[in-house]
Design a protein around this ligand. Structure first.
Ligand SMILES: Cc1ncc(COP(=O)(O)O)c(C=O)c1O
Length: 391
């Protein structure tokens, strides 16, 4: 049998690659794991209870209806409507097998081989991987090459305009960003939507970390435009917000016509998002608001601690941006590849992080640290271990 070059050309999951170093560790200090973006804490009791209940119900294991469970679509539309101060309806929501699937099916519906989609650097690696697998060319929107602060990592609509050509089909934004943690200001998101509309493109906004922002203001005003469905495709995940990454449930929020087309793709790969996971999401939306807010504020406190210890530039590691689950830092070793720095961090200093090369086409000395799963007591230890690198 022969495999396609598209598949062979992809690297394996950067998370799995980083984890492969663990087998070579010889030290006996407990590992500080800053590799994972997924919550390591259990889901809310209300959600766990509902999952157990559904498992015992007569239709618990049945396919869910392709458009999703109406209670989920309505509850999510209502929550988004309140958060974005807009009128959203259940028909705007299509549950998917996670936000990754939402991205894959949305982009496959919008672009075909040979088409281009604009992807700001640094990108979320699965976005880049999927586009390449699907034969779609990512057109990279470069950031400031030497960012001095978060503002420099906010994608620029003006620079995106220069990349638009006859094959462009969509622009992708991730806010708050993985790997930077940067929240794109609503005005910039609006400028991207205007640019997309003027060029008959889709604006795809991955909002996986929406509930880990530090502001209660609406993330953007796109849904308040009566014509939003012509342009906007908003992608969501329940993985982080409800701490159920293994249940695989997220959603596309878009116009009913696009949702109808995307359902054909979901039908081929998953029939419909898992019923038990949709039920878990309903329980989370209806009954776990306080628990969700508590997790988000705990992670925001972790952010404060992380920023405090990184302010001293331990070991010369310079934190440029942080937010949601992530810190985006530059390592000081101009003569080492980032892969080598990651290897030394894990083997010699018991710190596991992800190389920035997973999120950028070139090696610019970036490292992503996911601080969200660290205990408060671990932050000083992290700084001490990074400082060992300089010693
Ligand atoms: C930006 C972004 N989008 C999507 C996902 C995947 O989410 P899900 O578990 O809902 O597929 C992640 C997970 O790390 C992510 O960081």
């Amino acid at each position: 049998m022969r495999l396609t070059n598209r598949t062979l050309g992809l690297t394996a999951s950067p998370i799995a690659e980083a984890h492969a170093w663990l087998a070579h560790r010889t030290g006996d200090r407990p590992l500080l794991d800053l590799s994972q973006a997924a919550p390591s804490y259990p889901t809310a009791p209300e959600i766990a209870r509902r999952i157990a209940e559904v498992a015992g119900e007569p239709d618990g294991g049945r396919y869910a209806p392709p458009p999703g469970l109406p209670e989920l679509n309505d509850a999510f539309a209502a929550e988004l409507g309140a958060d974005y101060r807009a009128d959203l309806l259940g028909e705007h929501v299509l549950p998917t097998g996670g936000c990754n699937q939402a991205f894959c099916v949305a982009t496959s519906a919008l672009a075909e081989p040979g088409d281009e989609i604009i992807l700001p650097i640094p990108y979320y690696f699965n976005h880049d991987m999927w586009l390449k697998l699907d034969g779609v060319t990512p057109r990279y929107l470069a950031p400031d090459p030497d960012p001095a602060g978060p503002g420099d990592l906010v994608p620029s609509p003006d620079r995106a305009a220069e990349l638009i050509g006859p094959s462009t089909r969509a622009i992708v934004l991730v806010t708050p960003g993985n790997p930077t943690g940067v929240t794109i200001p609503p005005g910039t998101i609006r400028a991207f939507a205007d640019l997309a509309r003027a060029n008959d493109l889709a604006l795809i906004v991955d909002e996986t970390y929406r509930n880990f922002r530090t502001s209660d203001e609406p993330p953007h005003d796109l849904f308040t435009d009566p014509a939003w469905t012509d342009t906007v495709v908003s992608l969501h995940s329940f993985s982080k917000d409800l701490a159920i990454p293994g249940y695989r449930v997220g959603a596309v929020v878009a116009g009913p016509e696009l949702i109808y087309e995307i359902m054909k793709l979901v039908d081929c790969v998953q029939i419909s998002a898992p019923r038990i996971s949709q039920e878990a999401a309903i329980a989370g939306l209806r009954h776990a608001r306080a628990w969700r807010a508590e997790q988000a504020s705990r992670i925001n406190r972790a952010l404060d601690r992380f920023e405090q210890v990184m302010a001293g530039r331990p070991g010369g590691f310079e934190l440029i941006t942080a937010g949601a689950f992530f810190g985006w830092a530059r390592h000081p070793f101009a003569d080492l590849s980032t892969a080598e720095v990651i290897k030394r961090l894990v083997l010699d200093h018991d710190v596991l992080a992800i190389p920035g090369t997973a999120f950028t086409p070139s090696d610019d000395r970036w490292i992503r640290f996911s601080y969200a799963n660290l205990d408060v007591a671990d932050f000083d230890e992290l700084a001490a271990r990074l400082a060992e690198m300089a010693a």
